[in-house]
Design a protein around this ligand. Structure first.
Ligand code: GSH
Length: 254
């Protein structure tokens, strides 16, 4: 088979935001290069990486525009919109601009980026990474995450396709999947939500999503469903150390 040339270069790590992009790239069948960023070594804060994403977070992606000029992308939602805009000409996981479904996909993509991701991220922080257990913070973000799962469950209960918008899997589903798969890490049980549980398996059964979730290393979040709170807490110890160190360094930066 002839090798396909690709200028797409993904900078990522095994996290819910990171795997969104690799799942999408695999769904679209696009060739791409991968650089695994070691968050534990704070590589995302090194000057060369900040040239790509000034915000110092993964994922980030570089590509070359048709006129030959390089482009850098950051924020997972922005990266996903770029990839479907440019490469999903057959609308495998997107809808044509101007259609009702196009705007509805945006609703759910922004809902994930502004709600589900940040709330669940803070639930993770207070439940797993904070140096002390502050019950108010744990409850606030866990309850908000649970509420958001309920909103998604309700939307899915009305869907005839089993996906968030219209008759197919879109970037809205792909954006949410890694977060819902990691529910147990945040202390939120997905089994409380029957439509969400079915959706989790449905997305997982797609070969592209299945392959992409293991980039740049094996995805293990689903295995956490069978762990106790104590086991999850113990597993968080190593990450807690670098999260705390990263926060201290960020606080000193101007
Ligand atoms: N809104 C951003 C969030 C990116 C983000 O927070 N990435 C995390 C991993 S999921 C990260 O890079 N953390 C490293 C750090 O905080 O230094 C996106 O969706 O791309």
């Amino acid at each position: 088979m002839a090798e396909t040339k690709s200028d797409i270069h993904l900078y990522t790590a095994q996290t819910p935001n990171g795997i969104k992009v690799s799942m999408l790239l695999e769904e679209l069948g696009l060739p791409y290069k991968v650089t695994a960023i070691e968050l534990g070594k704070n590589q995302q804060k090194e000057p060369w990486f900040l040239e790509i994403n000034p915000n110092g977070r993964i994922p980030a992606l570089t590509d070359v525009l048709p006129d030959g000029s390089p482009i850098r992308l950051f924020e997972s939602g922005s990266i996903m919109q770029y990839l479907v805009d440019r490469y999903d000409t057959e609308h495998k996981v997107s809808y044509p601009r101007g259609t009702r479904e196009y705007y509805e996909v945006n609703n759910w993509l922004f809902w994930q980026m502004g709600g589900l991701g940040p709330m669940q991220g803070q639930a993770n922080h207070f439940a797993r990474y904070a140096p002390e257990k502050i019950q108010y913070g744990i409850d606030r973000y866990r309850n908000e995450t649970r509420r958001l799962y309920g909103v998604m469950d309700k939307q899915l209960s009305k869907s005839t396709s089993g996906y968030l918008v219209g008759d197919k899997c879109t970037i809205a589903d792909i954006a949410c999947w890694g977060w819902v798969a990691a529910g147990p890490w945040a202390g939120v049980a997905v089994d409380e939500f029957p439509h969400l549980s079915a959706w989790l398996d449905k997305v997982l059964s797609r070969p592209g999503c299945e392959k992409g979730r293991h980039v740049p290393s094996p995805h293990k979040a689903l295995e956490q469903r069978h762990k106790t709170e104590e086991e999850l807490d113990a597993a968080a110890a190593a990450t807690r150390a670098w999260v705390q160190q990263g926060m201290q360094e960020d606080a000193k930066r101007k």
